[in-house]
Design a protein around this ligand. Structure first.
Ligand SMILES: Cc1cc2nc3c(=O)[nH]c(=O)nc-3n(C[C@H](O)[C@H](O)[C@H](O)COP(=O)(O)O)c2cc1C
Length: 323
């Protein structure tokens, strides 16, 4: 399957694994890239730029295919050493960067001069257009159903993707709620050039997380995610658990008076507890509604091969048969 995304990034399949905190390590990123997709390391999971440099080197030992590094720009009291992380990316010879959160404009000249292609993840048509205007090479358009930060507009992908297709000139990936061949074919029909997946890749053999996390996704239905931090305008879609219920209760009680300090025990330092130790009630961790479609823990190779093969069958069989 050839799309503007496979051409732009020089990969076999138009399937990307989005950056995931404490999940986007070399094991998963290299598995996705080896299977012909775009695997992604998550920069800020590494405590320092030198740790990121080591992780990039480790990933390179595990694959000779292109892989990406995610740089997330979120509000922080002490901003991470972004110039240091970017230096590690450039020195490591990485050719694809996924940016997310705030506008990446400041960093684009450095990245582009080094020949890096930038795909910015955004949650609205206006942000996608801004990314195009400032010179991003592609965007991932993240609908309301996505795991992680869906923004504040609450527009699901059946509306958001065709809206993006109508306005954008640069290639784009459909992100949020993507799980299988049906998702890929639908995304292509809606005008996207491929798909970006988070939650689905979390429930794979190679995802380097505790077995409890994978089991929690298998056990979850599409009704089991919650939106947290809405009052702080930093909305995150997470899997419901005891920590999330505590957090939502605080949000109800404190209303618009709530501050980040009030909820720090349910949102700060949660990822290592969940992803490494399997403490499933530790607090809020991102998970998409697509959990309701996930019923197995395949290898990344099997997952991607099946998506691509079934997509061909779906297009040539069911869809061709309808016209
Ligand atoms: C556990 C988890 C952690 C995530 N961490 C990040 C992150 O650090 N930075 C980022 O840009 N996106 C992050 N995301 C969002 C994903 O990259 C992707 O955009 C999203 O999962 C797509 O929606 P889906 O889960 O429905 O596939 C995370 C998602 C999950 C499930």
């Amino acid at each position: 399957m050839k799309t503007r995304i496979t051409e732009l990034f020089g990969v076999q399949h138009p399937i990307m694994q989005g950056g995931m905190h404490f999940v986007g390590l070399a094991e998963l990123a290299s598995a996705v890239s080896n299977a012909g997709g775009i695997g992604t390391l998550t920069a800020l999971t590494q405590p320092t730029p030198s740790d990121l440099a080591r992780e990039i080197a480790r990933c390179r030992e595990m694959t000779d295919k292109p892989f990406a590094v995610n740089l997330t720009f979120l509000p922080a009291r002490t901003p991470p050493d972004y110039p240091g992380y970017i230096r590690a990316i450039l020195d490591g010879g990485v050719r694809i960067v996924e940016t997310a959160g705030n506008n990446p404009q400041k960093w684009l000249p450095m990245l582009h001069e080094a020949g890096v292609k930038v795909i910015h993840k955004c949650t609205s048509v206006r942000h996608a257009l801004k990314a195009q205007e400032i010179g991003c090479d592609a965007v991932s358009v993240d609908g309301f159903e996505c795991g992680g930060h869906p923004g504040e507009d609450d527009v699901p992908n059946f509306i958001l993707l065709p809206r993006a297709a109508d306005e954008l000139q640069i290639p784009f990936l459909a992100s949020g709620g993507m799980a299988d061949a049906r998702s890929l074919v639908a995304a292509l029909a809606l005008g996207a050039d491929g798909i970006n997946m988070g939650t689905r890749f979390l429930a794979t053999v190679e995802a380097p997380v505790h077995a409890n996390v994978k089991q929690a996704i298998l056990d979850a239905s599409e009704l089991d995610t919650r939106l947290v931090m809405r009052p702080l305008r930093n909305t995150e879609r997470v899997l419901r658990n005891a920590g999330v219920d505590r957090l939502l209760e605080k949000e109800r009680q404190l209303g618009s008076q709530i501050t980040f300090e009030d909820i720090v025990s349910e949102v700060g330092g949660v990822y290592p507890k969940v992803m490494r130790s399997g403490e499933m009630d530790a607090g809020a961790w991102s998970c998409g509604m697509v959990a309701g479609l996930i019923r197995d823990i395949p290898s990344v190779q099997d997952l991607i091969s099946l998506i691509v093969e079934d997509a061909h069958t779906l297009i040539r069989g069911r869809l061709a048969g309808l016209v």
